[in-house]
Design a protein around this ligand. Structure first.
Ligand code: XIL
Length: 411
């Protein structure tokens, strides 16, 4: 039997005979009453079962993923982004070959599209990336003059970061600059400028957007173990650069994992995170996506106080850059895989005992403001259901923007 929410208020419950009324409350399908006209994914987004919501209630800033215009225009993919993820990283649209394919001719069409989509949908953005040896146009890699390269870096980084000033939470300013021995990778930047290109790039980014958190990002820094040369090399360089006043705020660890590497993440990430004010897992995907590997990897960030967020490198296996390894949380049918459920279960159970030791880190755009929490509690089996009232300033539907909506929260 269904009861209309319009005729049911806490006041009426209080006046009624307790036994019979409690029995009636038990019979109400609350989820249907409150969210009956919403799709299953919208329900997830509006409940504390969303991975992003769980992550935030563990004191983190976001649980994110990557996309670009094609995947944002894919309705099924977009629904999952809205429901599960709180942060978007441009998979390719922020890279040098897209943004400045010819010197001085900037193209921000696809990056604008992503930033606007994120803003409209209440997601924060990780900018990726301003300087990388790969996806770099030949007009840059062919430069052979130090001063020319310096001013090209300053213009490129300053223009890209400046365009989105105030709208980007974190920027990967320098990407994949280390070799496997922990030294500087051989590329045009290190060949002409030595390690000074790091200072030039970070200072240009800082000037263009003083509020964004500026990251140095790399792979094989948590994959291979805490004593791996690339990990220890990155740590000593970053410590030295921060001590010298280079405005590096964070270390990003990509975490493109092979089978069996997840066990290395916690110890390596702990060392990396101790070397900078903040850190993040920025491109997580795991060959064959074992549930235990995903839990170990993501939990490593949860367990480190200054690890502010995790980004999964894509939504659905066939859209992954490593599609053949099925490394993501959703299958080709847009359904969740076992690793997804394991994350919800493990992280969700941690929220019950989580105690913030200091104020949770702030993010650029809040996705939800709770304006009233007068709980109406009943129980269905062993699950308690609490009705709370919230407003969603970021909601796309006009109804959600103007009115307060009521959601069902499972505790
Ligand atoms: C990858 C993208 O996912 C692919 O679509 C593209 O063809 C190549 O780049 N490290 C990074 C990311 O920093 O930018 C890369 O993304 C994956 C490895």
């Amino acid at each position: 039997m269904r009861y209309s929410i319009l005729f049911f208020t806490p006041a009426l419950v209080a006046l009624a005979a307790p036994g019979a009324q409690i029995e009636q409350i038990r019979n109400i399908d609350w989820e249907y009453e409150l969210l009956g006209n919403k799709s299953p994914l919208e329900r997830r987004a509006r409940s504390e079962k969303s991975l992003d919501a769980i992550f935030k209630s563990l004191g983190k800033q976001y649980f994110g993923t990557c996309a670009d215009r094609n995947l944002l225009n894919n309705a099924q993919n977009a629904e999952i982004l809205k429901a599960d993820f709180g942060q978007l990283t441009p998979e390719n649209s922020g890279k040098w070959d897209t943004v400045e394919p010819t010197q001085g001719k900037f193209n921000f069409n696809d990056l604008d599209f992503l930033v606007n989509w994120a803003t409209t949908n209440g997601k924060v953005v990780r900018g990726h990336n301003t300087l990388w040896y790969s996806q770099l146009p030949s007009w840059v890699s062919n430069i052979n003059n130090k001063d020319t390269l310096t001013s090209v870096i300053q213009t490129h980084v300053g223009t890209e970061v400046g365009r989105y000033a105030g709208k980007i939470l974190q920027w990967d300013v320098v990407n994949e600059m280390f070799d496997e021995n922990g030294g500087l990778r051989d590329c045009v930047f290190s060949r002409l400028l030595g390690e000074d290109f790091v200072r030039i790039a970070f200072e240009a980014a800082k000037k263009a957007d003083p509020a964004a958190k500026l990251y140095i990002n790399d792979y094989n820094t948590v994959e291979k173990g805490a004593s791996y040369k690339k990990t220890t090399g990155m740590i000593s360089y970053v410590k030295k650069w921060i001590a010298a006043g280079i405005p590096i705020d964070g270390i990003g660890a990509q975490a493109h994992l092979m089978t069996g590497e997840a066990g290395n993440v916690a110890a390596s990430l702990k060392l990396l995170c101790a070397a900078a004010p903040e850190c993040a897992l920025t491109e997580v995907d795991i060959v064959q996506a074992s549930a235990a590997d995903y839990v170990n990897t993501v939990k490593a960030c949860v367990d480190i106080k200054n690890c502010v967020g995790v980004t999964i490198w894509g939504v659905r296996d066939p859209d992954s850059w490593r599609a053949a390894s099925n490394p993501l949380l959703f299958n080709s049918g847009y359904s969740t895989k076992p690793a997804y459920g394991a994350l919800v279960q493990t992280l969700g159970s941690m929220t019950a005992t989580y105690k913030p030791t200091s104020a949770a880190p702030t993010s650029v755009a809040p996705t939800r403001t709770t304006v009233s929490t007068t709980p109406v509690v009943t129980s269905v089996g062993t699950t308690s259901i609490v009705a709370t009232t919230s407003s969603y300033p970021d909601a796309t539907s006009a109804a959600c923007k103007v009115a307060t909506v009521t959601e069902t929260v499972y505790r």
